[in-house]
Ligand binder design. Structure first.
Ligand SMILES: [Zn+2]
Length: 512
């Protein structure tokens, strides 16, 4: 389901067998076969990356994944993870070999039943050489058997896998999959998932989508939990939460299943977590009225354990929240933020990580719209207060949200200046156009990928305005943009909106 960024290299496969030898194509001498010269397809290695401007070696070239079947066994006591991932893919070129992004120890790889050889390369590349060459368009069934201890598997001293007292969390961005399943790890290659994990009975496993069947008893006092997501999902939005959880199921007003899970370690934080996450279906219904139809098949949230992640992530159909959001009571701002991402980030995903504003700016602005709806401060009041809270000489203004740098994709500026940019866009085009642009955007790129340039083009088409200066100033230029009335605001500092503390609290934990 990947849309290839770079122009495909012109190549013609003559026999479909992928066995052409370099040199003059056999048909070159046929009458009427003139220039331009057609190059015979010699199977080539798939690229080790997709050429992302920030993370060039993330993802891989030469194939497109349709489905991951991730079948695992996990033991919380040792953090040992083992299992088999079966990848259904299609070759997008004649391939002599290809890469997967993965870190755990691989026992074997088979491609369409035939044993392949493997070696590791770079920080996270698994190079797979099949015993037969692969032809462009060929269906591939890649079976990878593996095992390891993810919390002890590090890249540059870092692991994206969080081991906890009672289990683990595979929740991270942009690097998460490397520690639990081999993949084409870039949002450009979305796929569907079946995830099943065998754990000691009494341990819960939560993942994306719906449960195709209840946990199944297995020998040795174990249970196998199964989850399925049928909508295209970016690799970093697939997740695992394993441990002691109270699971609450319900049906949303739109008829979809709701599955919420609360770590039993939350203790006195549990009521605040519930008072926030149990409002997910209400928030999704509200957001659907602004952003367009909810793009997925299930809803919910996971309140992670006290010793787990410190942030929250918009894992598809079911965001995962760290415990810090509940320390000062309920926080619906973060629930709005992560669920707004279901449209902005999960359904419409970045085509390159540089365009992260399309995720964080929009999810942050959704918090302002929610505040307005709840009567806790209008978006204009939040703009004024946010703008005034960063002095003109603050470092904050030096990071342009449209190109923050690979090490700063989660900088405050991407969130706060990102939301401010959307508010200024709203003022520039007017409410009618602005609230037409948002659902038009989510419809145009539903379950796909998009760029900031495409958003600008859509906003210009709907508003009829040339927005070049606006986007250049707000997204791509360092320094605090001037806004009408900013001199007056300096003289009279704006009043703090009621929602500010919760929004600030959420962003402190989200941006880093
Ligand atoms: Zn976010």
């Amino acid at each position: 389901m990947r849309r290839v960024l770079r122009a495909a290299v012109a190549a013609v496969t003559l026999t479909g067998a992928g066995t052409m030898v370099a040199g003059t194509p056999a048909h070159a001498a046929l009458p009427g076969w003139g220039r331009p010269t057609v190059t015979a397809a010699v199977p080539q290695p798939g690229d080790p990356g997709l050429g992302d401007t920030y993370f060039p070696d993330y993802g891989n070239g030469g194939y497109d994944v349709e489905h991951y079947d991730v079948r695992l066994r996990y033991d919380p006591g040792t953090d040992r993870l083992s299992g088999t991932t079966t990848i259904l893919a299609r070759a997008t070129q004649d391939l002599s070999r290809f890469n997967l992004d993965f870190l755990l120890d691989v026992e074997s790889v088979r491609v369409n039943g035939w044993a392949a050889t493997t070696r590791t390369e770079g920080a996270h590349e698994l190079v797979v050489t099949p015993s037969r060459t692969i032809t462009k368009g060929q269906d591939l069934t890649i079976v990878v058997r593996y095992a390891g201890v993810p919390s002890e598997t590090e890249v540059g001293g870092y692991t994206g896998w969080t081991r906890t007292d009672d289990g683990a969390l595979a929740v991270n961005e942009p690097e998460s999959a490397w520690w639990w399943f081999p993949s084409n790890d870039h949002p450009l290659d979305k796929a569907t998932y079946d995830v099943s994990v065998s754990v000691p009975t009494g341990v819960e496993v939560v993942s994306n989508g719906v449960q195709p069947r209840p946990p199944l008893a297995e020998a040795g006092n174990r249970s196998r939990w199964s989850w399925r997501t049928t909508s295209p999902t970016a690799t970093y939005l697939a997740f695992l939460a394993i441990g002691q959880y109270d699971i609450v199921t319900d049906t949303a007003p739109n008829g979809q299943p709701v599955v919420n899970a609360y770590s039993t370690s939350l203790g006195e934080l549990a009521p605040a977590a519930r008072a926030s996450i149990e409002r997910t279906a209400e928030i999704v219904a509200w957001a659907s009225g602004i952003f367009g139809p909810y793009p997925f098949e299930a809803q919910g949230g996971v309140a992670g354990p006290v010793d787990g992640i410190t942030f929250a992530l918009e894992t598809q159909t079911r965001p995962v929240y760290g415990p810090g959001f509940w320390r000062r009571g309920s926080n619906t701002s973060v629930v709005v933020h992560e669920n707004a991402h279901q449209w902005f980030g999960d359904s419409v995903s970045v085509a390159r990580w540089q365009d992260i504003w399309l995720n964080e700016g929009f999810a942050s602005y959704a918090e302002w719209l929610w505040s307005e709806e709840q009567g806790e401060g209008t978006a204009q009041e939040l703009f004024d207060f946010t703008y005034a809270s960063y002095p003109e000489d603050s470092e904050f203004w030096q990071v342009p949200p449209g190109d923050p740098g690979a090490g700063r994709i989660f900088d405050d500026a991407v969130y706060d200046r990102g939301a401010m940019a959307l508010h200024q866009l709203r003022l520039a085009v007017g409410d009618d156009a602005f609230f037409e642009i948002l659902p038009a955007w989510t419809a145009a790129h539903r379950h796909g990928n998009a760029t900031i340039a495409q958003f600008q083009a859509l906003a210009e088409r709907i508003s009829g305005l040339d927005l070049t200066d606006f986007f250049t100033t707000w997204l791509f230029t360092a320094g605090r943009p001037d806004v009408p009335g900013s001199a007056a605001r300096k003289a009279a500092p704006p009043v703090e909106p009621k929602s500010w503390a919760k929004i600030r609290e959420a962003h402190r934990l989200l941006a880093h």
